[in-house]
Design a protein around this ligand. Structure first.
Ligand SMILES: Cc1cc2nc3c(=O)[nH]c(=O)nc-3n(C[C@H](O)[C@H](O)[C@H](O)COP(=O)(O)OP(=O)(O)OC[C@H]3O[C@@H](n4cnc5c(N)ncnc54)[C@H](O)[C@@H]3O)c2cc1C
Length: 328
């Protein structure tokens, strides 16, 4: 019989599951609900307590507890997971397309003899068939892949699901097991956690972002964008070319090699919408794009758009917002 279980391998730090984990749970839940499968959230840790009363959107939370699982060490995970997954024998294992997930996918694929689909931006089931959408050529192409009936490992891109759907109203059943494999003499040791340097503000926490693309043309025009962001109660972020030119610090860069943001409003000004950029902002609640080129790919994901010159629009918009506030 074809297995009907999806296992999500949780990522966590400091006792908190990551947004990517919640997104993976949301995707797994969607898939499982449509075909009546079950979702198990698998957490590897030395301390199950912070997870015990979390209302994670899964049919079950299974914790593997061991002192050697106190830090996210891929070598430790790679030792434990094959045993646990053989025991659960799921149809799908969902990992994040993150440094941890990428480190794990190869060893797991080898040990379990399972195919890996990386760069996934969607996964669904139709009857007993699983269909995975995977990004190719840096996101310029998408492939629909239908793995066979056996176990498949899927690496889900951060930002794919809605993280708020990774939680539900009730706490799922919770089981704790000890590690099925010894975790001494691992080939990789955890030395220290180095937090990324926040040179100024953390754009991931700002609800309104005004994004400066190369279309702003000169550093001198940033002042106008800052003024607009201020009126909107937000901050300015940027595409990579803007950061590469040193117009804004690296901490403001959004995209594959920058931050992943999900603000309430993302106002993209002079941003073409390259996949490396949209990967970091396409989960925003509301995307408004301003670009002179009506063919710019940013309009494919924008909720609203205007094909006007941003350099003319921004000062007028700022002034109108000021007036509206003054008149309120
Ligand atoms: C491995 C890798 C990682 C990368 N990581 C990132 C990343 O993290 N973040 C990122 O952003 N990029 C990243 N890139 C670069 C990415 O591929 C694009 O080159 C970049 O996003 C383009 O930035 P842009 O939209 O500002 O510039 P452009 O693509 O040059 O677009 C400028 C846009 O502005 C419009 N425009 C010009 N003047 C005006 C005007 N006056 N009014 C209105 N519109 C105007 C133009 O029509 C154009 O569409 C990465 C690339 C690689 C290969």
């Amino acid at each position: 019989m074809i297995p009907r279980e999806v296992v999500v391998v949780a990522e966590h730090l400091g006792g908190e599951v990551t947004d990517t984990t919640l997104e993976m749970l949301a995707c797994a839940h969607d898939l499982a609900r449509s075909v009546g499968w079950r979702v198990t959230c698998l957490i590897l840790t030395d301390n199950p307590k912070p997870f015990q009363s979390l209302p994670l959107n899964a049919d079950k939370v299974l914790v593997v507890k061991d002192a050697g699982l106190g830090t996210p060490n891929p070598a430790a995970y790679a030792r434990v997971l094959p045993h646990v997954l053989k025991d659960l024998s799921p149809r799908l294992v969902i990992l994040g397309n993150t440094s941890l997930g990428i480190d794990l996918a190869g060893p797991l694929s080898f040990t379990l003899g399972a195919p890996v689909v990386s760069g996934c931006v969607g996964v669904r089931a139709e009857g007993d068939r699983v269909i995975v959408t995977s990004r190719l050529c840096g996101g310029k192409l998408q492939a629909q892949i239908e793995p066979g009936d056996g176990l498949t490992i899927v690496l889900l891109m951060p930002g794919t699901g809605h993280r708020e759907l990774g939680m539900r109203d009730e706490v799922p059943p919770f089981e704790i097991r000890s590690s099925p494999a010894p975790l001494e003499s691992l080939p990789v040791r955890f030395l220290e956690l180095v937090e990324p340097k926040m040179e100024d503000l953390d754009v991931r926490k700002i609800p309104v972002l005004v994004a400066a693309g190369r279309g702003i043309q000169s550093k001198d025009n940033l002042g106008d964008l800052e003024a607009l962001a201020k009126e909107l109660g937000g901050a300015v972020c940027a595409t990579r070319p803007v950061v590469d030119q040193g117009w804004l610090p690296r901490s403001r860069q959004v995209g594959r090699s920058g931050m992943t943001v999900k603000p309430r409003l993302y106002l993209a000004l002079g941003v073409s919408g390259a996949p490396e950029h949209t990967e970091g902002m396409k989960g925003s609640d509301l995307i408004i794009a301003v670009n002179r080129d009506p063919e710019a790919p940013i309009f494919d994901i924008a909720h609203y758009g205007a094909t006007v010159d941003l350099l003319e629009l921004v000062p007028i918009l700022t002034e109108k917002l000021r007036e509206a506030k003054g008149g309120a």
